[in-house]
Design a protein around this ligand. Structure first.
Ligand code: NAP
Length: 279
């Protein structure tokens, strides 16, 4: 029987996940469909029950349901529980189990660029939901030193205090982050600053950026943010948010099927669906 997968969110029409996963099912000869479901906050519980009643094999969860879905699941893996957000659900013998592949996907996307990134001193810019998944996953992966700067410093403090994995961290404001930028070999930009239509903004100045540093911006609309352009001009290697998106999808696909897909093909497919540009 054809297997059913999907993604729930509000809004959902923009999601690239159906195109990405349907391409993968076709490529691997798996008889399955992946559908977008527009689910409002009020309908979340009944949507989860409905997916279970229909025998969905798994689904992704996107904004605004990543945290609110947790009480409606039958179980949650420890990393997703610590992060407090689920983006992937798998039907395990009739039980819906929640996972977080956003953070691990980000780390895997980094590792695909250079194995030595793990040993680098890192600065995360931002302390929202994406930063939390990334910070906890980087700490779990073995990064030794990760500082965080955020407009609202107490949100970054909360994040550092809540992390169950051992990592040396301090919280900075934007001024001291800019002054001390040369201390970091890895910058991870997780705020929405620079995202379409705000494409001329940067979260901080790259004047003091270290030579040969690596800058990852999780925004993929536009594909190259102003921050990435400026860092690239200063000689840094850069990575955009397509990488995190593709690797979180690859890890979800692996959970559902046992197959870790070809991420280069996935990236090409996503870019093809975007028409090579995003705004
Ligand atoms: P969020 O929870 O709302 O967090 C937003 C972050 O941006 C917070 O740190 C916030 O600072 C900061 N921020 C927002 N506007 C700001 C401003 N004007 N000045 C200074 N700081 C500002 O959002 P999120 O879910 O973490 O998502 C953040 C970005 O990541 C979005 O652009 C999203 O599209 C992208 N994203 C990409 C992927 C991917 O797969 N590539 C996955 C998830 C998210 P305060 O705490 O001070 O408010």
């Amino acid at each position: 029987m054809k297997k059913m997968f999907g993604v729930i969110g509000d809004p959902i029409a923009h999601s690239m996940s159906p195109a990405m996963h349907n391409d993968l099912f076709q490529l691997h000869g798996i008889d399955a469909s992946y559908l977008p479901f527009h689910v409002s906050n009020d309908d979340l519980e009944s949507a989860v029950k409905g997916l279970k009643a229909l025998g969905a094999s798994g689904f992704n969860v996107t904004i605004p349901h990543k945290t609110e879905i947790i009480p409606y699941l039958d179980g949650i893996d420890p990393l997703a529980e610590a992060i407090g957000a689920v983006n992937t659900v798998k039907n395990e013998g009739g039980l819906f189990i929640g996972y977080n592949t956003d953070g691990p996907g980000f780390v895997k996307g980094l590792e695909s660029h250079a194995a030595d990134l793990l040993s680098r001193s890192a600065l995360i810019i931002g302390a929202g939901g994406a930063a939390r998944a990334i910070y906890f996953s980087m700490a779990k992966a073995g990064f030794k030193h990760i500082d965080i700067c955020n407009r609202t410093p107490n949100k970054a403090e909360e994040l550092v205090n809540a992390c169950p994995y051992k990592v040396d961290s301090k919280v900075l404001d934007y001024d001291s982050a800019e002054r001390n930028l040369g201390n970091y070999q890895l910058l991870v930009q997780t705020t929405s600053i620079g995202m379409h239509p705000d494409i001329d903004s940067v979260p901080l100045s790259t004047n003091n950026i270290a030579q040969h540093s690596f800058v990852s911006d999780i925004i993929y609309n536009p594909l190259q943010t102003k921050l990435l352009k400026e860092a690239s001009v200063k000689g840094a290697s850069t990575q955009n948010g397509i990488e995190m998106f593709v690797y979180q999808g690859a890890l979800a696909f692996e959970k559902w099927t046992g197959i870790f897909p070809d991420t280069e093909k996935m990236k090409a497919n996503v870019l093809r669906h975007l028409g090579g540009y995003t705004c």
